[in-house]
Design a protein around this ligand. Sequence first.
Ligand code: NCD
Ligand code: ZN
Length: 340
Amino acid sequence: MANETLTIRRPDDWHAHLRDGEMLKAVAPFTARQFARAIVMPNLVPPIATPEEASAYRARIVDATGPGFTPLMTCYLTDSTSQDELARGFETGAWIAAKLYPAGATTNSASGVTDIRNIYPVLERMERIGMVLCVHGEVTDPRIDVFDRETVFIERVLAPVTRDFPGLKIVFEHITTAQAVQFVLQAGDGLAATVTPQHLILNRNAIFAGGLRPHAYCLPVAKREEHRLAVRKAASSGSPKFFLGTDSAPHSREAKESSCGCAGIFNAPFALESYATVFEEEGALDHFEAFASENGARFYGLPLNEGSVTLERSEARVPDELAGVVPFQAGEVLGWRLLA
Ligand code: NCD
Ligand code: ZN
């Protein structure tokens, strides 16, 4: 009897960290094997902040992946981003979106925005030209509990921005809470969200399961079980407001297994397998293709990919290490396997 398979239109990753140099060469092929396109995050050191830097970075990525994969570049917003340069990069195709990192919110965000008001003129321009804003939605106020940073960001930043720029297209990245789901659902069509595999699979207990687990640590940090369930329900609901964004964020084993371990989970090698397992558990495999291959492209106003990929029901064991990085779900057996 033939194995059970699942074939979907070629999918895209709407949030990936591909790094640079040797790490780029080592990790980018995993993303390129799974996805036709990926929104590439600009949080290098120094960040990707000019059209020229984005174009040169794109060329290094294509060099690392070979043809058949399309990197979609982004601009790292700072307090001093020039709206003319941002628009020039958009109009010439150097980048398709801009990324808001609140300064200090996460890995390589030191040059980020210190007060949303500082980029109001930039947001107004983006609204006018139809450029998407990708948002790391966490406040950095040290008085706010780390588990509440997303919820407080909605109140303090996202709600005012959506009110002040009703025509601005915003992707609320890697959502982790019931409040984020609620906010996205009640907002207009201009607000959508990406969902990572880890926030569908882990709750915050995973970070402390039998000891401190650095490979379960990413930002935003995993939340309570009730939040994981709310995010799973939203992602698998069929709503066009939720789509695939892995936030694959590789760090070397040494950088993770440290007295001050980096935030980030490297999930690219088995991303589709992880997501498919979740959709199946939710009884929602019929919504998987929209989540992985349609909703994001439609939100960004890009054509859907041609071609398809096939997953086969079989036991895929995730290796303990790939390219010097410990992948998400290392050592676990997943229920699906992506065919070559
Ligand atoms: C990301 C990284 O390592 O670049 N880390 C993470 O935990 N997600 C940065 C980010 O997206 O927040
Ligand atoms: Zn990220």
